[in-house]
Design a protein around this ligand. Structure first.
Ligand SMILES: Nc1ncnc2c1ncn2[C@@H]1O[C@H](COP(=O)(O)OP(=O)(O)OP(=O)(O)O)[C@@H](O)[C@H]1O
Ligand SMILES: Nc1ncnc2c1ncn2[C@@H]1O[C@H](COP(=O)(O)OP(=O)(O)OP(=O)(O)O)[C@@H](O)[C@H]1O
Ligand SMILES: [Mg+2]
Ligand SMILES: [Mg+2]
Lengths: 250, 250
C-alpha cells in the first residue's frame, strides 16, 4: 500500500485537481484507491458532490469512530475519506493532545486493503499537514509554473526534513509534478528547467494548462468522464502510467 | 485610516498579487500605504526582495518589539511589515495565549499615520487569519473564476460572521474582486454573473488573466514598474480608482 501526501503550502498549485484525477486514473487501471481530504475546505467532497456525515474531524478526535465508518465509495475502486469545515477546529484541539503530530497515523494504523492512499493537503503549514506527513511515506509535490510557487518549493523540503529529523518519520519526495504548463510561455519553460535541474529524474511530464480540468470540477466529474480526449485527460493518464511503472507489483 | 484584510482561504486566488499592485497604485496616488504580510510563506518579502530582520512573529510574540521597528519602506509612500516562516510557529504559541484572536489588534493599537493598511492573508482558516480579521475593519475578497473558488466564498462569509458574532468585532465585505478573468471563457462569465448576483454592487471590474502580472513578481517589480501599459496595470489602476472614490476624504 503506497501512502502518498499531495502537498504544497503554496495555494492553487492543483493539489486537489491532481489528487482527484490521478486517483481516478489509477482506479480505472484496477487499483483500489483511497483519497483522504486533509483540507477543511472539503474540496474533494465538493468535487464528488458528497455531503459527509462522518469525516476527518471524527477520525482524529472521536475515539468511538473508525476510519472505515467515514469512508464513502465514489467510483469503482475509488473511495473518499471526506473533510468538512469543522476540521479547522481539529487543528486547535489537536494542539493540546499528546503526540499531536501523529494522531492520524495512530488512528489509521490498521487501515488496509488499498493499493494507493492519497492525502489531499491544505495550503498551509499546520498540524493537519504534519499529521498527513507523519502518516504518508511519500510526497508528490504539484508546482505551478510561477515564480512564487517555485520559491515555495524550498519551504516544502524544509518541512519534510523537519518531519524526518524532529518527528523521526521517514517521508521522501517521490515526484514533482509541474502543473498549469504552457509551452508558449517563457516563464513555464524556465520554471520547468529549474525544477528538472534541482530534482533530477523526479520531475514528471508536465500537466498542461487546460480549461477542461477546471470545468470537470463544476460538473462533479473526473477529467476522464468529462472529456476523455482532452489534454488534461491525456496528461493525468500519462502521470498514472508513470506512477504504476514505479509501483512494485503486488 | 482604512484597515483592510485581503482574504480568501482558497489558495491561489491572487491575494498577494492584489495586495502588492493595489497598494502600489494607491501609493502612486500619494496615499501612504502599509502592507502587512500575515502569511508565513512571506510572499510579500519575496516580491520586494527583502530579507526581514524583525517580522510579524516578533510583533505578535515579543513584548519588547514595536511594529514600527519591523516596518520596512519598499517604495515611495509604500511600507511593508514582513513575515517569515517562523510565523507558522506563532500559530501554535498564540493558541495558548489569553485573547489569542486579538493579539495583533492589541499590538497594533497605536499604529497610525497611514491612509491604508492592507493585510495579505494566508490561504487558511487559522489563528493568524483570525488575528487579521479582528484588526481589520473591512475585507476585500479576490475570487478566481473557478468553481472551487466560488464554492469557497460561502466559507469566507461564515468566517466573517463568526468574527462579528463570537469575537464581537465588526468587519464587513467591502469589495469582491474577480481575478484571472478571461471573457472568452464561458466559466469566467458564469462565475462573474454569480458573484454579481450575490454581492450586488460590491463586485469590482474584473482583473483579467495577464501573464505580465506573474512575470512582474519574478522581477521584484510592481506591475506599474514592469509593464505599465499591460492589461494587469490597467486593471489594478482601475481598482485603485474605485477604492479612492469610496474612501472618505482625509
Ligand atoms: N492544469 C490545469 N489547467 C487549468 N486549470 C487548472 C489546472 N489544474 C487545476 N486547475 C484549476 O485551477 C484551480 C486551482 O486548482 P486546485 O483547486 O486543484 O488547486 P489546489 O492546490 O488544490 O488549491 P488549494 O491550495 O486551495 O488547495 C481550480 O479551479 C482548478 O480547476
Ligand atoms: N490576473 C492574473 N493573471 C495571471 N496570473 C496571475 C494573475 N493574478 C495572479 N497571478 C499569478 O497567479 C499565481 C497566484 O497568485 P498569488 O500568489 O497572488 O495568489 P494568492 O492567493 O496570494 O496565493 P496563496 O493562496 O498561496 O497566498 C502567482 O504566480 C501570480 O503571479
Ligand atoms: Mg486543494
Ligand atoms: Mg498569497
Amino acid at each position: 500500500m503506497r501512502k502518498i501526501a499531495i502537498i504544497n503550502q503554496k495555494g492553487g498549485t492543483a493539489k486537489t485537481t491532481t489528487a482527484v484525477n490521478l486517483a481516478a486514473a489509477l482506479a480505472a487501471h484496477d487499483r483500489t484507491v483511497l483519497l483522504i481530504d486533509m483540507d477543511p475546505q472539503g474540496n474533494i467532497s465538493t468535487w464528488f458532490d458528497i455531503v459527509p456525515q462522518k469525516s476527518l474531524y471524527h477520525v482524529l478526535l472521536d475515539e468511538t469512530v473508525t476510519p472505515e465508518e467515514c469512508i464513502v465509495p465514489v467510483r469503482q475502486n475509488l473511495y473518499v475519506l471526506p473533510s468538512t469545515k469543522i476540521a479547522a477546529q481539529a487543528e486547535l484541539i489537536l494542539t493540546g493532545l499528546p503526540g499531536r503530530e501523529r494522531v492520524l497515523s495512530r488512528k489509521l494504523a490498521k487501515l488496509g486493503g488499498y493499493d494507493f492512499v492519497f492525502l489531499d493537503c491544505p495550503p498551509s503549514l499546520n498540524l493537519l499537514n504534519q499529521n498527513a506527513m507523519t502518516y504518508a511515506d511519500e510526497a508528490f509535490i504539484p508546482v505551478s509554473m510561477d515564480y512564487l510557487a517555485l520559491v515555495g518549493v524550498k519551504q516544502i523540503l524544509e518541512n519534510l526534513k523537519m518531519v524526518r529529523e524532529i518527528l523521526g518519520h521517514e517521508i521522501d519526495v517521490s515526484l514533482v509534478i509541474p502543473t498549469f504548463y504552457d509551452r508558449r510561455n517563457r516563464k513555464s519553460r524556465e520554471v520547468l528547467e529549474k525544477l528538472e535541474l534541482h530534482f533530477n529524474g523526479k520531475v514528471t511530464d508536465p500537466i498542461r494548462a487546460n480549461v477542461r480540468l477546471a470545468e470537470a470540477a463544476s460538473h462533479h466529474q473526473t477529467i476522464f468522464e468529462y472529456d476523455p480526449t482532452s489534454l488534461g485527460a491525456r496528461d493525468y493518464q500519462r502521470l498514472a502510467e508513470r506512477v504504476l511503472a514505479e509501483t512494485p507489483s503486488r
